[in-house]
Write a protein that binds this ligand. Structure first.
Ligand code: DGL
Length: 284
């Protein structure tokens, strides 16, 4: 095991969405090294079965543990909803997940109507229902209106964030929430922050809740002083502020993923293909 202060944290998502969490971690802890695994050969997760999501999450987290990571960040709402309890039961490091920010949204809304955008699998999960019931019982005056944002993950994976098709898909999902009166929108999928300009074009002035910064704070809290996550010094970035301490792996086309990461993060990462034979197994 590398020394705790030098060990990277492992960040995982079905694809590029978790890069929005990487950006937040980097902003909070610029010296924190990270290994990022994108399961692009199996993205999107949001339309897969619970069993498939669990099996893929197990494989991807196991792969990250091979790097001697000091913590795992499941930077995917869909994987968190379906598999985080399982991973926590066997992973030998802290496991931090991400879930839709219902509570901060309930605290922020002025008219008591919150729109929630997430994948179908997240919205259908027991974990999401439990969260909704918990927040609902604490703040019964707030109404949550949900919508599964069809096609948004694919938009981000293709890098087509500012096309007529993207604007159409964004409007299709956001308009029903606006019609229901939402003044606050929860982005319950880590891919969605990359569509924020398109969302704001449809819903100008709406309050948007992302979860990346909360995950970064939680990581810092959980790792205490024992990790680079707690450090604010070091030699973290180029002058452009892009994360430097990253290693990317992908179950799909690693070079294509590197190019997408460069587009989304503004960095120029080196991509490393992983052992595909092992990561292609789908059985739990
Ligand atoms: N970024 C993901 C999430 O937060 C994954 C979405 C998907 O692959 O469908 O849910």
């Amino acid at each position: 095991m590398p020394a705790a202060s030098a060990a990277p944290i492992g960040v995982f998502d079905s694809g590029a969405g978790g890069l929005s969490v990487v950006a937040a971690i980097h902003a909070a802890s610029p010296a924190q090294p990270m290994v990022y695994f994108a399961d692009t050969a199996y993205a999107p997760y949001g339309t897969r079965s619970d069993q498939e999501i669990l099996a893929r999450t197990r494989l991807c987290c196991s792969r990250l543990l091979e790097h001697g990571v000091s913590a795992l960040v499941v930077a995917c709402n869909t994987a968190t909803a379906n598999a985080i309890d399982d991973v926590r039961a066997w992973a030998p490091v802290p496991v931090i997940g991400v879930e839709p920010g219902l509570k901060p949204a309930a605290a922020a809304t002025r008219n008591g109507v919150v729109g929630v955008l997430a994948t179908r699998a997240t919205l259908a999960s027991q974990r999401y229902r439990d969260l909704l019931n918990r927040v609902g019982s604490q703040m019964p005056q707030v109404r949550f209106v949900e919508h599964a944002a069809v096609g948004w993950v694919e938009l981000v994976e293709s890098g087509n964030l500012d096309t007529a098709h993207a604007r159409m898909l964004v409007r299709q999902a956001v308009q029903p929430l606006l019609d229901a009166g939402a003044d606050t929108l929860v982005l319950g999928c880590t891919h969605y922050p990359f569509l924020r300009p398109a969302i704001e074009a449809v819903a100008s002035g709406i309050h948007i809740v992302e979860t990346g910064p909360a995950v970064a704070r939680e990581l810092k809290r959980r790792m205490g002083g024992s990790s680079a996550a707690a450090a604010s010094g070091g030699e973290p970035t180029e002058a452009d502020g892009a994360p430097r301490l990253l290693r990317f792996e992908s179950s799909g086309d690693a070079q294509a993923f590197a190019a997408l990461a460069q587009q989304l993060l503004g960095a120029a990462p080196a991509a490393q293909p992983v052992a595909l034979a092992r990561l292609q197994a789908t059985g739990a």
